[in-house]
Design a protein around this ligand. Structure first.
Ligand code: JHZ
Length: 406
């Protein structure tokens, strides 16, 4: 195997979570008996460009043409993306003449924010169900992957872009080089490319190893990102740590000839990464050891609760719960059901573990003794809306960084 970014062949493997089904391949009842494809989940480290990456690439056609994740399901994200659109519009003086393109635009949440700020917008979304939903939400959307022909289509019909955004998309792309070249062709000379990616440093610090699944091919630090862009005529000129998904990086990139000065924050984060050893393989080996330890603690806790004859429900059926449940072998014998408010997931069954996904009303009918918060990144929002159950003695388990019962 060669590095997806720099083609180097000295890659060092450090973590295997075994084989897992695709994280968002929730099953209908009729498909429960059919064989489910599983693919290896192994992480490796490039000794040259320092990118941490998956060893096995699943075809994007299998993962992204029908997508159950809807950005607007959580209030937290509605606020996050609306604020992001407002901040970018204000900081970069964007107006009704400016064009914003969002790649992986989902239900149009971010672009709706840009529209409210007066910008012209267009989304690119490969999932047909989501592209339709975005159109219903009033956001013009091209239903395709982001590639040379979508770029040509946008330039011909809308012109070049002032801002291109890719939130939780960049890590999902196998051929990042081609993707980045296409972004470069779409942008105006002084246009900006803004990406949000889950931050590997947070994943290590907060032990959020459930974020490892087949959709996420790359696990970025600012070190690996800025090395990549520098080698391809672009430059990171600002970076911020943001809370999403247990810790992400929002990175601002310009063409090399673009006008923006590099913010000192970039160097500060790079220095911090050097200090904590992101270029050193030992950091990743230590992380892997800890992952196996957390798995043991969580399965011990869940096992002990079941021995007492108590009932446990899951809350949230995020993609990452597929990794957690399959890797920790938590299944139907442990969780009676999983609640998720996304209607597209309700009535389906969790990949690999076959636990039914239901709406929140079930809590009044089949009250559990414990709720395992699988969408731990929204623990605050979920705890708030389930307060009445906490008041009636239901306990909550937050699985990571270490299983905690509250
Ligand atoms: P959430 C997503 O992963 C998808 P996921 C994607 N693959 C990606 O890359 C990462 O983000 C970064 C539900 N919920 O956002 C909604 C409630 O039911 O953590 C969601 O199904 N009630 C693009 O899937 C799930 O939990 C609630 O009150 O891991 C959360 O999924 C709240 C707040 C959420 O992303």
């Amino acid at each position: 195997m060669k590095c997806r970014i720099c083609n180097h062949s000295d890659l060092k493997e450090f973590l295997s979570l075994g084989k897992s089904p695709l994280a968002n391949s929730f099953l209908s009842k009729e498909n429960l008996e059919k064989e489910e494809p599983e693919y290896p989940l192994e992480l490796t480290f490039c000794t040259d460009c320092k990118l941490v990456q998956l060893t096995y690439v699943v075809s994007p056609e299998l993962m992204f043409r029908n997508y159950l994740y809807v950005s607007s399901t959580s209030d937290t994200f509605k606020i996050h993306f609306t604020n992001m659109a407002e901040k970018i519009s204000k900081d970069f003086n964007l107006n009704e003449k400016s064009l914003a393109v969002d790649i992986g635009s989902n239900d149009g949440l971010l672009l709706n924010g840009f529209k409210k700020c007066g910008l012209k917008t267009i989304g690119v979304e490969p999932a047909t169900n989501l592209a339709k939903l975005a159109e219903q939400n009033g956001v013009e959307t091209i239903n395709d992957f982001f590639n040379g022909s979508t770029v040509k289509n946008i330039i011909e019909n809308k012109g070049h872009a002032d801002v291109v955004t890719a939130n939780n998309v960049f890590a999902h792309v196998d051929n990042i080089l081609e993707f980045t070249k296409n972004v470069g062709s779409l942008l105006k000379r002084d246009g900006i490319f803004v990406v949000e990616v889950q931050y590997l440093v947070d994943m290590i610090n907060k032990m959020t190893f459930d974020n490892i699944y087949h959709e996420h091919l790359s696990y970025f630090t600012l070190t690996s990102l800025s090395t990549f862009f520098k080698r391809h005529d672009m430059e990171v000129f600002d970076a911020q740590r943001v809370d999403s998904h247990g810790g992400s990086l929002r990175v601002f990139i310009k063409k090399s000839e673009g006008k923006f000065d590099v913010n000192p924050a970039v160097n500060q984060i790079l220095m911090h990464e050097k200090k904590i050893g992101v270029e050193d393989f030992k950091l990743y080996q230590k992380f892997a050891d800890k992952v196996y330890g957390v798995k043991q603690k969580l399965t011990d806790k869940i096992g002990a609760i079941k021995i007492e004859g108590k009932k446990i429900a899951g809350y949230g059926a995020p993609a990452k719960s597929t990794t957690l449940l399959n890797f920790c072998r938590i299944g139907k014998d442990h969780l009676d059901y999983i609640i998720d408010e996304n209607k597209l997931k309700q009535g389906l069954f969790s990949p690999g573990t076959h636990i039914q996904i239901v709406g929140p009303k079930i809590l009044d009918i089949k009250k559990p003794d414990y709720i395992l918060i699988l969408a731990w990144n929204f623990a605050e929002e979920i705890l708030k809306k389930t307060k009445k159950y906490a008041d009636s003695n239901v306990k909550f388990i937050i699985p990571l960084p270490e299983p905690l019962i509250i």
